[in-house]
Ligand binder design. Structure first.
Ligand code: TYC
Length: 106
């Protein structure tokens, strides 16, 4: 039987190691997709504004997406990822760019 301290005792009273039951929340990758029309500078601005990158980091990641088609821009809990996607999509739409941002479970 488990005692007050949470560790299980075996039949000869030796305390076994306790594994703390801490559950990490599932994480979600936020992805940016390439397209032929969104200006490079706009994508850089999105990465700086919503993903806290400096200009050099943002420029490099934008080029990765431009060349490879897609890149992970960050990993977040569900609600944060959902909010980031919504903010990017809204910002792109308001500027009439077809930039796509999605999320997927890690
Ligand atoms: N391919 C775009 C262009 O040549 C630039 C671009 C990069 C667009 C990354 C979207 O996620 C993107 N203007």
């Amino acid at each position: 039987m488990a005692d007050q301290e949470g560790g299980d005792d075996n039949e000869i009273g030796v305390k076994l190691a306790v594994r703390p039951k801490t559950k990490r929340p599932p994480l979600y990758k936020v992805l940016i997709l390439n397209d032929d029309y969104t200006p490079m500078e706009f994508v850089v601005q999105v990465l700086e504004r919503f993903f806290q990158m400096n200009h050099a980091q943002a420029f490099e990641l934008m080029l990765t997406v431009h060349k490879k088609g897609v890149a992970v821009v960050g990993v977040f809990t569900y609600e944060i990822a959902e909010t980031k996607v919504a903010m990017v999509m809204d910002f792109a739409q308001r500027h009439q760019h077809p930039l796509q941002c999605t999320m997927e479970k890690e």
